[in-house]
Ligand binder design. Structure first.
Ligand code: ADP
Ligand code: MG
Ligand code: MG
Length: 894
């Protein structure tokens, strides 16, 4: 039988896969000699077994019992002993942290028989009965599916009966009575009595934690965070300790640095006379951790020294959960802490300065997604009204939207394209769909470590929490603050960096990081964040192998891309050059009757094409500009069929000659295609419409010659779209070479092709014979590889596919490495075999997507090209990919 159960002294931090993050780190702390209550971890392997078969693996509970005896020995109490019972917490924890998404059950082992014993030994009967009450509710909810409201209703009724506002004011007698009521609720909903056998409670709790891996909210969270669904959760069983035994007890959450800004110095929340779940739930607003120094100087000193030790040990920001039971400190959890994007950059640079890590490692500690977040705009506060309230800045960003008061409505409104701010007194895991859908989250209760804050930071959502001035009336769908009432649908703006809540929508301006990356402000010595971004991005530039170019079609975009650090244009689309007022010229081209008319139409288009290219070559002076010849089907440049039909019908009804509209209508009908994506487009268009590509090549050549004559260094490259077979490219190439040869004063102009048809990828060796470069058009390659029409599938059934787990992320978002990626690898290998100096890049949107960039690095590409705003992200990720490949750590970009 496999070993499913591991004592804390057997594990360690590198075993997160098997023991979950929480279990691995509890083991690590135990080995470091820290005061962790004794316990053991049931492995994720056992959970996977359970999930596969629906039953607990045979022999598991025997192993549990054996380890439980060790815990009893070490803690000096016996599970089920009515005089002084050992109680247990049964906690979920997978490889990746999923805050509050799975279940944890506390106080397992408490029964009618042992409550009096606990009361006597703790000297606090009230706390004993309160624990029992909580156990029945938590167990009922989690193990037996009793609705939480059933218990909450009774609790609320009892509070008002006792005339108190707060659970803490309920007396021992109140709680004894509530226990009876809860037991009845339990029985009414389950048809059984609350189990009085401690082992029975333990076994069922373990099974319930396994099952909570697949609760709706856990599945949703994993989908949002791209965590695989097949990992399973571990279960941590440990001795309970009590923070609710009076003023010399308490519980808290702390960070070794500020997770919002990265500022050094311990940082956290503390709640005296409370159990851990009270802090996370944000039910009472805790006090800053520094208060603990005043309350219990000895525990505070011990805690801060443990935190310093943990940070040295993990070489990174750690967060912890701790409880003090009558002056004795217990460590209940630690992990490398989640942090805001700003903190991630700042801390990585700090750790380099402190000599803890090297720049390479610092680069692995930040992500392109975080950099992207830092480039989001900020509020322009020159015009800001007085804030309605100031709460705790929990997760940065500037968010405006209509207020909604429940998660369901938030998701509904967001689905219609509305921007919403989710306003709650406090959030709980059931609010997750609304938190994902909202631009920002605003709560009136809870600290920086409340559920709202932790989850928002993890997802990069803007969050202001604990804005206590707000009186949130969720049922009435409004909140009031200092005489102002804000109702559902009203617009507010929240600033997650300052905690301010403003009425109405505030204008935004570029973030300092975006301004720095655009070259508008210098980085050095200005502020810690810009300095950190500068150091890490320039380090990425030093170590990356992939070049980073941009997709840009105009001089303005090209200029912006260059300021963002683009090393050229990897894709200059020419289709917009056929739109606007030039559409008339295109119509002339399409309607041309005979060679003469066609030549005239093309000649009329030439000067404007040339002028476009001149602007781009100027903006990209000295850098390559890859111009893609016309790609989309021509009818995209004509008026829609329905519109033309109506115009012609109207003219005919009025007895007028429809004139040109009639000819256009005939052309549109003639050119109608069942599947335009697979029809006359790309290279096919160039081969079928005489002179079209020739005109474009001529415009490129003339523009380049013009720039060169003025002393500039234009570096045009010509790229042919949708090639499926070498002869297509050879034909275009022959024509283009002839035109280029006719133009004086030209630098060499490489001619290459997009690889975006699977056949091209599979015959790359032949195509490389006539191409000087390849550029993967991964969007079309994905469409044609999967047989998906992007516009038809993304809105239609992708959500279902994602829900069914057919893929974890859309292949249009992140490259499908095993299918489309294989085409990329084959084409790269065979292309290079045929032409060793073949340059290979990618110009699909995947070129700016972090995971895809890592794949392109590994596949040996030379460059990626992406939209100008993604260029800094691509630079950073290309650097990270190079370092990750070199250190070949099990590096995890999450
Ligand atoms: P989460 O992963 O959602 O934070 P946890 O498993 O950490 O859930 O547990 C929920 C709460 O219960 C935490 O505040 C934790 O500190 C507290 N807790 C867990 N185990 C114990 C224990 N053995 N004694 C006292 N409190 C505990
Ligand atoms: Mg926890
Ligand atoms: Mg394409």
């Amino acid at each position: 039988m496999p070993k499913y159960v591991f004592d804390f002294i057997e594990g360690g931090k590198d075993l997160a896969e098997l023991l979950g993050g929480k279990g691995a780190n509890l083991a690590e702390m135990t080995r470091l000699g820290l005061p962790v209550p004794p316990g053991f971890t049931v492995s994720t392997e056992a959970c996977r077994g359970y999930l596969a078969t629906g039953t607990v693996p045979a022999g598991l509970f025997d192993q549990v019992n054996r380890h439980l005896r060790l815990v009893e020995d070490r803690f000096g109490k016996v599970f089920g002993d009515p005089r002084d019972p050992l109680l247990l917490s049964v906690r979920s924890g997978g490889k990746y942290s999923m805050p509050g998404m799975m279940e944890t059950i506390l106080d397992i082992g408490l029964t009618d028989a042992s409550v009096p014993g606990l009361a006597a030994c703790s000297g606090d009967p009230r706390a004993a009965w309160d624990s029992y009450r909580r156990l029945i509710a938590m167990f009922g909810r989690t193990v037996r599916g009793v609705p939480a409201e059933a218990f909450e209703r009774e609790l609320a009724a009892h509070r008002s009966h006792a005339g108190v506002a707060n659970d803490a004011e309920l007396t021992e007698a109140d709680l004894r009575h509530l226990v009876d009521v809860y037991k009845k609720v339990f029985h009414d909903h389950t048809g059984r009595d609350f189990p009085q056998a401690p082992h029975e409670q333990l076994y069922q709790a373990i099974e319930a934690v396994f099952a909570s891996w697949n609760t709706e909210r856990a599945v949703l969270y994993r989908r949002q965070e791209h965590i695989p669904h097949d990992l399973g959760t571990a279960v941590n069983v440990m001795a309970m300790v009590f923070g609710n035994l009076g003023p010399d007890s308490g519980t808290g959450v702390a960070f070794t640095r500020d997770p919002a800004t990265g500022a050094t110095g311990v940082y956290g929340d503390y709640l005296a006379n409370a159990q851990g779940e009270d802090v996370v739930a944000g039910i009472r607003t805790p006090v800053p951790l520094e208060e603990l120094e005043r309350l219990d100087a000895r525990s505070f000193a011990q805690l801060t020294s443990i935190m310093a030790m943990l940070e040295r040990h993990y070489r990174d920001l750690c967060d912890i959960e701790f409880t003090i039971e009558r002056g004795k400190l217990w460590m209940l959890q630690t992990r490398v802490g989640k942090r805001t994007p700003a903190a991630a950059f700042t801390i990585a640079a700090q750790l380099v300065d402190e000599g803890v890590i090297e720049l390479d490692e610092a680069l692995l500690r930040v992500t392109g997604a975080q950099l992207d977040q830092l480039m989001f705009p900020r509020f322009d506060r020159t015009a800001a009204p007085k804030p309605l309230a100031v709460g705790i800045p929990a997760s940065p960003g500037a968010a405006s939207g209509r207020v909604v008061f429940d998660a369901v409505r938030a998701a509904q409104w967001a689905a219609t394209g509305e921007r919403v701010i989710l306003v709650r007194r406090e959030t709980n895991p059931d609010d997750l769909p609304g938190m994902i859908a909202a631009q920002g989250i605003l709560t009136s209760r809870g600290g920086k470590t409340s559920h709202a804050a932790v989850v928002a930071r993890g997802m990069g959502r803007t969050c202001v929490c604990g804005a206590e001035a707000l009186d949130v009336d969720a049922t009435g769908r409004r909140f009031s603050v200092a005489g102002t009432v804000v109702s559902e649908g009203d617009v507010v703006s929240i600033d997650g960096t300052t905690g301010e809540v403003f009425p109405g929508e505030l204008p935004v301006r570029p973030s300092p990081v975006a301004r720095y990356l655009q070259g508008d402000v210098p980085a050095a010595g200005t502020d810690a964040l810009l300095d950190a971004v500068h150091r890490l991005v320039t380090h990425a530039d030093r170590v990356r192998r992939l070049g980073v170019q941009a997709n840009a079609d105009t001089g303005v975009d090209a200029g912006r891309a260059r300021r963002f650090g683009a090393e050229g244009i990897g894709l200059c689309r020419t289709e917009h050059m056929f739109l606007g007022e030039r559409r008339a010229l295109v119509e002339r081209l399409i309607l041309a009757d005979g060679d003469g008319e066609r030549a005239a139409a093309l000649a009329a288009l030439l000067p404007s094409q040339r002028a476009d290219f001149v602007q781009i070559f100027e903006a990209m002076d000295g850098l390559p500009v890859t111009v893609r010849l016309l790609d989309p089907p021509l009818h995209e440049f004509l008026p829609p069929l329905a519109e033309l039909t109506a115009r012609v019908a109207r003219a005919e009804a009025l007895g007028r000659d429809p004139g040109r509209d009639g000819a256009l209508l005939a052309a549109v009908r003639r050119m109608h295609e069942q599947n335009p994506m697979l029809g006359l487009r790309g290279v096919r268009l160039g081969l079928v419409i005489p002179g079209l590509f020739a005109m474009q090549v001529r415009a490129i050549a003339q523009a380049a010659a013009d720039c060169a004559a003025r002393g500039l260094s234009p570096r045009p490259e010509i790229m042919v779209p949708l090639v499926a077979t070498a002869p297509e490219l050879a034909a275009v190439r022959a024509e283009a070479e002839q035109i280029l040869a006719e133009t004086d004063g030209l630098p060499p102009v490489p001619i290459g092709t997009m690889i975006e048809v699977p056949r091209a990828a599979l015959t790359a060796g032949e195509i490389a014979g006539v191409a000087e470069f390849f550029s993967f058009g991964t969007n079309d390659l994905t469409q044609l590889g999967w047989g998906f029409s992007r516009d038809d599938v993304e809105g239609e059934f992708f959500p279902r596919y994602l829900g069914m787990g057919i893929f974890g992320v859309s292949p249009f978002e992140s490259i499908d490495t095993s299918g489309v990626g294989r085409l990329v690898r084959i084409a790269t290998e065979e292309g290079r075999a045929a032409r060793p100096d073949l340059r290979i890049g990618v110009c699909g949107e995947h070129g700016g997507e972090p995971d895809s960039i890592h794949f392109f690095h590994d596949a040996g590409l030379d460059y990626v090209s992406c939209s100008p705003f993604r260029v800094p992200v691509a630079r950073l990720e290309a650097g990270r990919a190079a370092v990750a490949a070199r250190t070949s750590t099990t590096s995890d970009s999450r």
